[in-house]
Design a protein around this ligand. Structure first.
Ligand code: ZN
Ligand code: ZN
Length: 72
């Protein structure tokens, strides 16, 4: 029952960006959650998303778009 630090919601995501106050990206590549609100949203060209897909990012770290659809 500990209070999450810095007023952030507790997340069940292992990505280390959630633990950082100065994360260099806006969105988490694993859950798509905002990790740093101070980073402005970008409008990404498709080439950027293609690169992130190759890096196995599930979500775009710049705009939060889901890049790899979950298996249904
Ligand atoms: Zn996450
Ligand atoms: Zn994007």
């Amino acid at each position: 029952m500990s209070i999450p630090p810095y007023g952030q919601r507790a997340v069940s995501c292992p990505n280390r960006n959630h633990a950082r106050l100065d994360a260099p990206v806006r969105h988490c590549p694993q859950c798509g959650g905002v990790v740093n609100d101070a980073v402005s949203v970008k409008r990404c060209p498709d080439t950027v998303h293609a690169t992130y897909r190759r890096q196995q990012n599930r979500f775009c770290i710049d705009c939060g778009l889901e890049l790899i659809a979950a298996m249904r």
